[in-house]
Design a protein around this ligand. Structure first.
Ligand SMILES: *[C@@H]1O[C@H](CO)[C@@H](O)[C@H](O)[C@H]1NC(C)=O
Ligand SMILES: *[C@@H]1O[C@H](CO)[C@@H](O)[C@H](O)[C@H]1NC(C)=O
Ligand SMILES: *[C@@H]1O[C@H](CO)[C@@H](O)[C@H](O)[C@H]1NC(C)=O
Ligand SMILES: *[C@@H]1O[C@H](CO)[C@@H](O)[C@H](O)[C@H]1NC(C)=O
Length: 261
């Protein structure tokens, strides 16, 4: 196994540490992963109506319990019809093992991240390990799948052994998780979310996680994950781990555990 420490990011370092130490010392990370500023919706000025609206919504979300790990809120009432300009919408989706207080801290981190990466943008999305945050001036208020900002990132370490076999088993495992996630729309804990582990080769296990934003229907979740993972078969090819992201769903596979149990 080639170890090039100079170029290995923190997560891989954690992975190496995990292989050496026991699972009980699992170090849960909340890495920044990706962001996308939407420039077509413009920028806001300090003290503007949009800024005030955004602050109202963020304050309201921060005050909520977030015990289901999801918020879609606006300064206007539902249904979202005839949306006035400068209306603020915020969508927050926390990972299924990061609800409640953990979701609150992820919101704070994501918010400060988004403000740095997309300063004063009225719209943008940011992805962290434990949550996705999206702000916008409009919301479709329906269950449409949003495929925007697809990204594939990989664990830099190469697989050793039979890569074809690994990929085949990973695909089968992905299909199983996909079906579980898209049948869990009404689970009180972890809706549209599935996790698991499966035996790969020898003693190697593969750990997986899939999640859709709670805006989607069960069917929409199935469609999103199918597109995200099965339509991108070369994402993560030959690597020990992979993350798939888009606006409406995300997935991750690693050969070490990366979730709270
Ligand atoms: C967990 O990871 C963080 C950041 O990578 C590091 O600062 C911390 O020391 C680690 N904790 C343990 C117990 O390994
Ligand atoms: C950016 O905002 C526009 C509306 O102004 C929308 O049509 C488009 O889908 C958004 N892009 C992304 C990537 O979300
Ligand atoms: C605040 O959030 C609650 C649910 O947590 C919602 O019922 C209410 O409409 C929200 N109010 C505003 C002004 O966003
Ligand atoms: C929850 O169950 C209801 C009724 O069975 C269904 O209509 C709804 O789509 C489910 N929720 C999700 C998010 O799938």
């Amino acid at each position: 196994m080639p170890l090039i420490f100079g170029s290995v990011p923190i997560l891989a370092a954690v992975a190496i540490q995990l292989l050496i130490s026991s699972v009980s010392s699992l170090n849960i990370t909340n890495e920044y992963l990706h962001h996308a500023c939407n420039n077509t919706q413009g920028k806001y000025k300090p003290g503007s109506v949009f800024e005030k609206n955004l602050n109202i919504v963020l304050k309201n979300i921060s005050a909520s319990s977030l015990h289901k790990g999801f918020a879609l809120d606006s300064n206007m009432d539902r249904p979202y019809k005839n949306i006035p300009p400068d209306t603020a919408f915020v969508m927050l989706q926390c990972r299924g093992d990061s609800y409640g207080p953990k979701c609150h801290s992820c919101l704070a981190e994501a918010l400060s991240g988004l403000r740095k990466k997309c300063p004063r943008n009225k719209a943008g999305t940011i992805w962290y390990d434990q949550c996705t945050l999206d702000i916008s001036t409009y919301s479709a208020d329906d269950t449409r799948v949003l495929y925007d900002n697809y990204l594939c990132t990989t664990n830099p370490k190469d697989l050793s052994g039979d890569k074809k076999m690994f990929d085949k088993r990973k695909q089968d495992f992905a299909k199983k998780l996909m079906s579980e996630a898209s049948k869990s729309g009404n689970n009180s804990k972890g809706a549209l979310y599935a996790t698991g582990e499966t035996m790969m080769m020898g003693t190697t296990k593969l750990y997986g996680m899939m999640q859709c934003t709670y805006e989607l229907s069960e069917n929409g979740c199935d469609v999103c994950l199918d597109w995200l993972v099965l339509y991108h078969p070369f994402c993560g090819d030959g690597k020990q781990g992979v993350r798939y992201m888009c606006r409406s769903c995300n997935a991750r596979f690693e050969i070490y555990p990366f979730l709270r149990t």
